[in-house]
Design a protein around this ligand. Structure first.
Ligand code: ADP
Ligand code: LRH
Length: 473
């Protein structure tokens, strides 16, 4: 084993980055060589992603990563948000991929549930109900008839880089069409939903090698780079990067969403878990990510966007500091209310929530931000309790990773409301999980997830928040 240079291409729902890492048995150094926004576009057809712009930025990022590694890059791998896809025909993309927040999915939900009940679906795929799970989107997508292939977003970028079409399993588990017991495509379910079997291609696992860059791509990047499969669902990579020391820990992967749960060896398919919307997503090394989607920093970011749409510039760190100074006691609102899912005027919807219940609504921006932070922390705490109760896994410490881990009031309030210590960081857990799995694939590291996490503990600083107290780094 020796030190390797590896690039993580991490595409979040709010921004993307290319992170260059040096990884070896005692070393894990990261540097973001490119950061770029991931802004959706509204067309007459609905709300879409802009995968070409993302791909353009990925190439620039890879070029910067190659330029910063004089001895060459030993690998690159893509992860992104889950569930969304492109349809293809003859290898070419058909149409512009939809954003999971587009409103078209409701018809798909009705169509799927008319054929297969939610109870049966849960036994087959283990997934929490989210109206945008891939199977519902496909049931509302007329292009499935003419398509001969489907690629999830990270697999699409990987295919553009390498010319190879693969479907990585952790992300495939978010389609709703993967058998939770076997990790294979559920042929029977695909048939009953009248979806063309030809759409669902070869499954690969995190750690597999996909192949070299296409010659034309290598020319643009300025170097040849082997591309790997990693936990291509960003949350799967994030969970690899959580520095959990033992099983009695919960994690909150907090970016656009707050994904709250525990890691298990086996799926839990109880009716209570289904009712509480707990999911069994596939993790790296066959682990189960038993978690639930909490609305997350979307509430804060979409509020800021709404104010910025009105032509202002908002300084988020300054606003968070002002929110900390709010002395009025805060009534928490239900962040899981479905009205908050769609893009738009989130602040007005929050005010409505309070008014409908006869509570005094927040009267200033700092007060509104404070309500969001406290309400998110309460939802996180509720989800941690549920994860413990539904899985039987004792939770003694709560890890927060992702962008939310640098939000101090969110972390402190989560410690207070869970009554458990919160360990915050690393902020780039997803990129870390991505490169750790690559490092193992190229032989720079060996061992199971516990050993990978030990390296994260050894090299990455975390901040500890104690309930009712303050924080220490
Ligand atoms: P995603 O992967 O879903 O795009 P990230 O994990 O990158 O999300 O988190 C991004 C979010 O983290 C930002 O939109 C912001 O809300 C929060 N964040 C990032 N940096 C800071 C900071 N310095 N202070 C407060 N919040 C921050
Ligand atoms: C977080 C995430 C989450 C999914 C959602 C669509 O980025 O991948 O795990 O549920 O996006």
């Amino acid at each position: 084993t020796s030190v390797s240079s590896l690039a993580a291409i991490d595409l979040g729902a709010s921004s993307g980055r290319v992170v260059l890492a040096r990884v070896g048995p005692d070393e894990l150094d990261l540097e973001a060589v490119a950061r770029f926004p991931n802004d959706p576009v509204t067309l007459p057809s609905g709300l879409h992603w802009n995968p070409l712009e993302l791909y353009r930025n990925v190439l620039l990022g890879l070029r910067a990563a190659a330029a910063a590694s004089p001895d060459g890059l030993h690998g690159a791998a893509v992860d992104s948000w889950a569930v969304d896809y492109a349809l293809l025909r003859g290898g070419r993309m058909l149409g512009v991929p939809f954003h999971y927040r587009d409103a078209r999915t409701q018809v798909g939900v009705d169509r799927v549930h008319a054929r297969v009940s939610p109870e049966e679906l849960y036994q087959r795929n283990g997934l929490q109900f989210l109206p945008f799970n891939t199977l519902y989107q496909l049931a509302a997508d007329p292009l499935t008839d003419v398509a001969d292939g489907l690629l999830l977003i990270p697999d699409l970028i990987t295919a553009w880089l390498t010319g190879r079409s693969t479907t990585e399993r952790t992300n495939a588990s978010t389609t709703g069409l993967l058998d939770v017991a076997t990790g294979r495509w559920d042929e029977d379910l695909i048939g009953r939903l009248a979806l063309p079997r030809r759409l669902f291609g070869e499954l690969v696992d995190a750690g597999d090698t996909v192949g070299p860059l296409l010659p034309g791509v290598a020319a643009q990047v300025g170097s040849d780079v082997p591309v790997h499969a990693v936990g291509s669902h960003d949350t799967a990579s994030a969970v690899v990067g959580v520095p959990m020391e033992s099983a009695d820990a919960a994690y909150i992967s907090c970016g656009t969403w707050g994904l709250v749960g525990v890691e298990l060896e086996h799926a839990v398919l109880t009716e209570a878990g289904r009712a509480a919307r707990f999911t069994n997503e596939r993790g790296v090394d066959g682990r189960v990510r038993y978690l639930t989607n909490v609305m997350g920093l979307w509430l804060l970011n979409e509020s800021v966007r709404e104010w910025e749409r009105a032509g202002e510039r908002v300084d988020l760190p300054a606003l968070l500091r002002q929110a900390d100074q709010v002395s009025a006691s805060v009534v928490v609102f239900d962040v899981q209310d479905e009205r908050f899912l769609a893009p738009g005027d989130v602040p007005a919807r929050i005010v409505d929530w309070y008014v409908e219940r006869g509570h005094r609504p927040p009267e200033s921006r700092p007060e509104l931000v404070r309500c969001i932070v406290e309400s998110l922390a309460q939802a996180f705490a509720d989800a941690v309790e549920q994860a413990q109760r539904l899985s039987g896994q004792q939770v003694r410490v709560v890890h927060v990773v992702g962008g939310g881990s640098v939000n101090r009031s969110l972390c402190q309030s989560t410690a207070d409301r869970t009554g458990r210590p919160v360990l915050a960081g690393p902020v780039e857990a997803t990129a870390i999980g991505n490169v750790l799995v690559q490092a193992r694939a190229v032989g720079a590291l060996a061992g199971d997830l516990d050993m990978l996490r030990a390296l994260v503990r050894q090299t990455q600083p975390t901040t500890r928040y104690l309930p009712g107290k303050g924080s220490t780094t």
